[in-house]
Design a protein around this ligand. Structure first.
Ligand code: MF3
Ligand code: CO
Length: 249
């Protein structure tokens, strides 16, 4: 069942998601070549807790960290490590979730460190743009498939592929609520969009094939062909006035 949220509940979710957005802004400032992914996680967790929130991911199904850090061919769920150092030319995806006053916020950003390849630059831009193409369709009376299709269409038109094995999701008192939100699909299909739906829309785009696999650590998802992947996610609310992005500063 898709749980609709009241305007008051959406306000609380906005607050939780503001903390997510602020954490992203803070980490984007501190990340540079030479920092370890464990340090990124430590700083992120400290920042989240300083705002009176709890990192949603830590301990979720045994995930050991607060910030997912996924580099280059890593798609999602990279585990921070003291042995992994960010290098010039890497593309880094950070996925952050927080729990505040009974609700979750969830957002991901991907960016280049220093000078990155032309392909990387284009992948980053098309991934972010595909999110916006999706929410352009996030109006009451449309269907979920309209969002999915717009994301897929933009990605594929630009020569990239859309990950099939991981999808976006409803979000609220639980981090993962119905409905699942694929980044591919057909217009006019799926649940009708209603006021009060709160959705984490999260395109994951690959430079090569959409196929992915999970590493032996049980978490890190990588592209099978070893080519680049990028991730962009926001929590949004469907309102009478259109889509409202909750996780932007
Ligand atoms: N943002 C991810 C999602 O939407 C959650 C990361 S999974 C975790 O599904 F285990 F790291 F929490
Ligand atoms: Co999510």
């Amino acid at each position: 069942m898709i749980v609709l949220k009241s305007p008051r509940e959406i306000e609380i979710m906005r607050y939780a998601n503001q903390i997510v957005a602020e954490t992203h802004a803070y980490l984007a400032e501190v990340i540079e070549a030479g920092i370890t992914t464990a340090e990124i996680d430590r700083l992120g967790e400290e920042f989240i807790r300083s705002k009176g929130a709890i990192p949603s991911f830590k301990g979720y199904r045994g995930y050991p960290a607060s910030v997912c850090v996924s580099i280059n061919e890593e798609v999602v769920h990279g585990i921070p490590s003291k042995k992994r150092t960010i290098k010039e030319g890497d593309i880094v995806s950070l996925d952050i979730g927080v729990f505040y006053d009974g609700f979750h916020g969830d957002a991901a950003r991907s960016f280049g460190v220093g000078k990155v390849s032309k392909e990387a630059e284009k992948l980053l831009k098309v991934t972010e743009d595909s999110f916006y193409r999706g929410i352009e369709r996030a109006f009451i009376g449309n269907r979920l498939g309209d969002i999915s299709h717009a994301i897929q269409n933009h990605a594929e038109k630009n020569g990239f592929s859309v990950v099939r094995d991981y999808v976006g999701h409803g979000i609220g008192r639980e981090m993962h609520e119905p409905p699942q939100i694929p980044n591919f699909g057909l217009p006019g299909r799926g649940p009708l969009l209603k006021a009060g739906m709160t959705l984490a829309i999260e395109p994951m785009l690959n430079a090569g094939s959409f196929e992915v696999k999970t590493l032996a650590d049980g978490w890190t998802v990588v592209t099978k062909d070893g080519r680049l992947s990028a991730h962009y996610e926001n929590t949004i609310a469907i309102t009478e006035d259109g889509p409202l992005i909750l996780s932007e500063v």
